[in-house]
Design a protein around this ligand. Structure first.
Ligand code: TUI
Length: 315
């Protein structure tokens, strides 16, 4: 059993969070993760305010364990999403793709824990000063919208710079990854891609199969020229993106092309023209399993790996 400040902060059995992925993290996945002892997180990005409210209510019906909502700060509906979260008694909010700033105090007053996802030490320190209760440090191995530093380099620098607990994200999909994160000073981990390949995740089966087929070099980063880098599995869409970016096509044009592509892959299963956001760890994922099996076998592995490491020490 692994116990850190995150267990008590979030009131969870395992310090394991499920990434609040837009279009992917809906009630069925979220409640399964919370039931299995982790923290399931609804991805508000892509949802209408009504859909978000429905998903929150569904999770509360399915489980009495804590859960969270991820607010994608670039969402056009962000203000309405904030109102829904405030009204529906959501215990934990994570934020992504921007600076949550003054939201932290507003949520804190309502006893909502705010845990920003960050990809730089500078922003993390600012958010700690503003009252963030923990941060999720996301390395560039992650799928979707990413920063510029790897988890390996980001984690120890975050841990040294902050007093609040740091949760590692990006490149973690098994017990070894969790132990490595703990070694770097993490008090929790967040996994996205691993949970996409679960039975309870409602993405199109073609999306899951693309991840199962992936190897270590299957992902690429698009949108670097627009200032919004996004990691996806290589396909016809990413080749088209790279061609346009190489020709210096303007940011607006490229972003217009990207809009709606994630939904196309997740909902319609078009894994050639759609955006199949997934992390660099995709190549490690070989099966689709129930969430409970993913979490329990991973936590068993954590104990085995730590035990093995202990035996490396000569006395
Ligand atoms: O948010 C994510 N990952 C995402 S959001 C997303 S939805 C999307 N759909 C289409 C195109 C683009 C995105 C898919 N994946 N991860 C959390 C994260 N946040 N990673 C990095 C950051 C971040 C970046 C800049 C956090 C703060 C930040 O601050 C900038 C500032 O304002 O200081």
């Amino acid at each position: 059993m692994i116990r850190t400040r995150i267990n008590d902060l979030l009131n969870v059995r395992y310090p394991v969070l499920q990434g609040g992925m837009a279009w992917v993290s809906t009630a069925s996945l979220v409640s399964a993760v919370s039931e299995a002892g982790g923290l399931g997180i609804i991805g508000a990005g892509g949802m209408t305010p009504e859909e978000l409210r429905e998903n929150i209510r569904q999770v509360k019906t399915n489980t009495s364990y804590p859960f969270g909502v991820n607010l994608m700060l670039l969402s056009p509906d962000i203000n309405e999403h904030i109102e829904v979260v405030k009204k529906e008694n959501v215990p934990v909010v994570t934020t992504g793709a921007g600076n949550p700033g003054s939201l932290i105090k507003e949520f804190e007053a309502l006893h909502i824990l705010t845990i920003p996802v960050v990809s730089s030490v500078m922003l993390a320190k600012r958010l700690e000063r503003l009252g963030a209760r923990a941060v999720i440090a996301e390395g560039l191995e992650s799928g979707g919208h990413i920063g510029e530093v790897t988890t390996m380099c980001l984690m120890p620098q975050m841990v040294d710079a902050l007093d609040i607990p740091v949760i590692a994200a990006g490149g973690i999909a098994d017990g070894r990854g969790i132990v490595a994160s703990l070694a770097l000073g993490a008090e929790g981990v967040q996994l996205g891609t691993r949970f996409v390949c679960s039975e309870e995740c409602n993405v199109h089966v073609h999306y899951k199969e693309s991840i199962l087929k992936a190897t270590d070099r299957s992902t690429v980063t698009t949108g670097v020229s627009t200032g919004h880098p996004v990691r996806c599995l290589r396909n016809r869409l990413t080749r088209k993106f790279q061609e346009l970016e190489g020709q210096g096509v303007c940011r607006e044009e490229i972003e217009k092309m990207g809009a709606g592509c994630l939904k196309l892959a997740v909902c319609d299963g078009d894994v050639q023209e759609g955006s199949v956001m997934a992390g660099q760890i995709s190549g490690l994922i070989h099966d689709i399993k129930p969430v409970q099996a993913i979490i329990s076998s991973m936590m068993d592995d954590v104990v085995r790996v730590i035990d093995k490491l202990g035996r490396l020490v000569e006395v």
